[in-house]
Design a protein around this ligand. Structure first.
Ligand code: COA
Ligand code: AMP
Length: 637
């Protein structure tokens, strides 16, 4: 970055904190408003902050209609590329407008109106994006559920969101197998206390779903009279929800992250050029899934709000068909930006350590590689940098914030990269590292990474229908601050190093999972008296779960241990989903706890990872931990 660009970035950052109204008011001019906002930052009711109050807009119109009106109708909006099915399709902005209008009309025909919820349980197919935008068009609130989640997880989300309609498919297609989605959906609805009125099912060529009374075939739905009539974009308040995206906390009950319309649209549009260096007409390839926040923000809304082209990739980094898949996609669509999780690069490196497959493709269009979703380890950073020859930009954020908290501002000009650091705080984020007393620590000292309130537009204003849980989960620990749940430090140059979660949230191959969900699945087994799940280091996936289980008295571990272990692995797969990837279950005599009964997961995790453990003074019985230590240290049971 030139000195001028550095100074400009610094002063923009300062302005964003000292005069957020001026900064975000200016950014908001990149969005089409039906009614311009009366206020930029509404801070009348701390700790609840609202952005762009009084404003009305339609996010779908901003992501689709206005680009068609501006002459981008023939430009590709979406390149759907599915190596697992062999299908490729380019959807122009004009096509997208027609499809979204029809699905919005179809939803309206099913009685969906402004404020109603629609759950989307779909694989990486265009209908997922069309469904999201169609909801936004009529002011309905979508809640996308990742396809790798099992019925119990889906049921929990259905019960919390209480959707009128579910959009789903007969199946997903994984490299190793066809995953039947419809039976999962039926099972989730059977378990749910708030079943939807209708399910619209996309019948895919790989597997036909059996249809029930409440089910409608997507093809009939999209050609119904209501769909043919279509639906125009409605005016939605800037502060109204655009979507709910559930994410994992420590407990088994997922948190419904509430995303508003105005703040999100403004922040994402701003981030595309300033952070990701992607401009109208350019192509971004984000290899994630629409079920995660990265997919919401940088497969769907960010690129489309910008009038850029997005790639919807239904495949994996390796095995579909080889470790050159990403390079092939970059080449085919001239992507300027590739965004994925470090684990994907570790998978590629494992199979093609010298990146020989790069030689088969022309990736000269690529300007930057962006990695997020988990800590970017320096080895992966070095390998990717050497292989691709473009800057590799780490970015740290979470479902709650919706867009990056810390990142090297690629679109403005790169600051020097420090491997292991996500670089500097992004505009609008006042990032502080606090100690246990809430005091800011010195540079280089680790603590809890917190964000001083108010957070910028686009971040969660609260949790869906649960202000109290929002306050108790995120704001209560340090008044005036949002607790990110990550620990780390800021160095003397202002670079942030994120070292990992300070709570028990798991991160498996960039997938965020709750220990509570896995433990609930284990505890449901008749032989289990007590259990704990910890996330331990894994060279490929970053972390994998490991279960420690105490059997009920009378159960013979020698006789039945092997069978019980197998059943527990299967239970987690059936109750949480295959992405949980639980493989190791250790049957142990007892679990270490504090005197108040809290299981010492962190201490166990430290022992398993070979880190010097911090044993709290409040431990109930140190002998239990000592007995467990050799088990934890051994990689295999
Ligand atoms: N629907 C149904 N099942 C799914 C699924 C989906 N959308 N996504 C994953 N699964 C299944 C897989 O088929 C696999 O099942 P299996 O145990 O029967 O083989 C299981 O869940 C684990 O999948 P995954 O986490 O993908 O592990 P993997 O070993 O198959 O592949 C990687 C490893 C590194 C290639 C893969 O994890 C990957 O591509 N990671 C990138 C992560 C990412 O994009 N994260 C998003 C945040 S940015
Ligand atoms: P999710 O909400 O699923 O996006 O997961 C967010 C969590 O993933 C964060 O709280 C971090 O623990 C972790 N994470 C995401 N990106 C990074 C990153 N760039 N560096 C370190 N950890 C990250």
């Amino acid at each position: 970055m030139s000195d001028d660009a550095r100074a400009a970035n610094r002063s923009a950052y300062e302005l964003s904190l000292h005069d957020p109204e001026a900064f975000w008011g200016q950014a908001a001019t990149a969005i089409d408003w039906i009614t311009p906002p009366g206020r930029v930052l509404d801070n009348d009711r701390p700790p609840f902050y609202r952005w762009f109050t009084g404003g009305e807009l339609n996010v779908c119109a901003n992501a689709v209609d206005r680009h068609v009106a501006a002459g981008r109708g023939d430009q590709a909006a979406i390149h759907y590329d599915s190596p697992v099915t062999g299908v490729r399709e380019t959807i122009t902005y004009a096509d997208l407008l027609a499809r979204v209008t029809a699905v919005a009309g179809g939803l309206r025909g099913l009685g969906v109106t402004k404020g109603d919820r629609v759950v989307i349980y779909l694989p990486m197919v265009p209908e997922a994006v069309v469904g999201m935008l169609a909801c936004a068009r009529i002011g309905a609130i979508h809640s996308v559920v990742f396809g790798g989640f099992a019925p119990a997880e889906l049921a929990a989300r259905i019960d919390d969101a209480q959707p009128k309609v579910v959009l789903s498919a007969s199946c997903g297609v994984e490299p190793s197998r066809v995953v039947p989605y419809k039976p999962f959906l039926d099972e989730a609805i059977r378990r749910s206390e708030h079943p939807p009125q209708h399910c619209v099912i996309l019948q895919r060529a790989q597997l036909a779903a059996e249809m029930g009374e409440r089910d409608l075939d997507w093809a009939d739905f999209e050609s119904s009279p209501a769909a043919l009539e279509g639906a125009d974009p409605v005016a939605v308040a800037a502060t109204d929800p655009l979507y709910i995206l559930y994410t994992s906390g420590t407990t088994g009950r997922p948190k419904g992250i509430y995303r508003d319309c105005g703040g999100y649209a403004v922040a994402l549009r701003w981030s595309m050029e300033h952070l990701y260096d992607v401009r109208p007409g350019e192509t971004m390839f984000t290899a994630s899934d629409v079920g995660w926040v990265v997919g919401h923000s940088y497969i769907v809304y960010g690129p489309l709000l910008t009038g850029a082209t997005t790639v919807l990739y239904e495949g994996k980094p390796v095995g579909t068909p080889d470790a050159g898949a990403f390079w092939r996609v970059v080449d085919d669509y001239d992507a300027v930006a590739l965004f994925t999780a470090p684990t994907a690069f570790r998978a590629i490196k494992k199979i093609d350590p010298e990146a020989k497959l790069l030689g088969e493709h022309d990736i000269s269009s690529l300007r930057t590689l962006f990695l997020a979703g988990e800590r970017l380890d320096p080895d992966t950073y070095e390998w990717a940098t050497a292989a691709l020859g473009v800057p590799v930009v780490d970015n740290w954020w979470q479902t709650e914030t919706g867009w990056p908290i810390a990142m090297n501002p690629s679109g403005v000009g790169l600051l020097p990269i420090k491997p292991g650091s996500a670089a500097v705080a992004v505009a609008g984020y006042d990032v502080r590292v606090l100690d246990g007393m809430g005091e800011q620590v010195e540079p280089g000292v680790e603590g809890a990474i917190c964000l001083r309130l108010p957070m910028p537009p686009g971040t969660l204003p609260t949790l869906w229908n649960d202000d109290d849980r929002y306050v108790s989960s995120y704001l209560a620990a340090y008044p005036g601050y949002y607790l990110t749940g990550d620990g780390g430090y800021i160095d003397a140059d202002g670079y942030l190093f994120v070292m990992g979660r300070t709570d028990d949230v798991l991160n498996v191959a960039g997938h965020r999972l709750s220990t509570g969900s896995l433990e609930a699945a284990l505890a449901g087994h008749e032989a289990v008296a007590e259990c704990a799940v910890i996330g331990v280091h894994d060279d490929l996936k970053g972390q994998v779960p490991r279960a420690l289980v105490v059997l009920k008295s009378g159960v013979d571990a020698d006789l039945d241990g092997e069978r019980i272990r197998r059943e527990l692995v299967a239970r987690v797969r059936a109750e949480v989903g295959p992405v949980a990837a639980l493989q190791q279950v250790d049957i142990v005599a007892g679990l270490p706890k504090t005197r108040s009964g809290k299981i010492l997961r962190k201490t166990m995790r430290e022992i398993a990872d070979g880190v010097a453990p911090v044993v709290p003074a409040t431990i109930e019985d140190v002998a239990v931990l000592e007995a467990l230590a050799p088990v934890l240290r051994s990689p295999d049971r």
